[in-house]
Design a protein. Structure first.
Length: 184
């Protein structure tokens, strides 16, 4: 299977590649993918978990204990639980968001999909995600997995990145373009 050099070139990408290959070899891609979705949700919703991953002041041992306890509490599979322990031991918890994004890109590629990073001003509901996937599929000619992120600073609309292509339909960009045009 071909993997893009861009994923392998980054630190987060190398960790994601190692996790992906382990999960694939153990035939646990679904379980690891589901566990990483829970970790991403914890990063979004829990200030304490976010602080744990960002703080350089927490010792390796304390970080490993805290991550292991969090993994047990949210019910992660054993591969992901052990992987988080390794990431904490190596003091790379700050890379967790990038690791998850890279893993999801590898997993989508494995399934024959293209990955699109989608930034919206507010969370999208299931119907909006389904419509977005269908529109992207029609445009790309293949299945598209979406990596959803919320950034209220774009005010409205969407920013979609697929590989090196970016479609910026955000209200913030439109207002900035209008402001530049008015300056003359």
């Amino acid at each position: 299977m071909e993997y893009s050099g861009g994923i392998q070139a980054s630190l987060a990408g190398r960790y994601a590649m190692a996790l992906f290959e382990l999960a694939r070899d153990e035939k646990k891609l679904e379980a690891v993918g589901a566990s990483l979705a829970l970790v991403r949700q914890a990063l979004t919703e829990s200030e304490d978990f976010r602080a744990l991953t960002a703080s350089p002041l927490i010792s390796r041992e304390a970080a490993v204990r805290a991550v292991t306890a969090a993994a047990d509490r949210i019910g992660l599979d054993p591969i992901t639980r052990n992987f988080l322990g390794v990431v904490a031991q190596n003091r790379r918890l700050s890379q967790l968001g990038g690791i998850i994004r890279a893993f999801n890109a590898l997993w989508a590629q494995h399934r024959g999909e293209t990955t699109a990073e989608v930034i919206s001003a507010h969370p999208l509901d299931d119907a909006q995600v389904a419509a977005l996937k269908q529109n992207l599929r029609n445009r790309m000619g293949r299945d598209v997995a979406v990596d959803l992120q919320v950034d209220p600073s774009i005010l409205g609309g969407l920013v979609v990145k697929i590989g090196s292509q970016m479609i910026d339909g955000s209200i913030r960009t439109k207002l900035n373009t209008l402001a530049q045009a008015m300056k003359g």
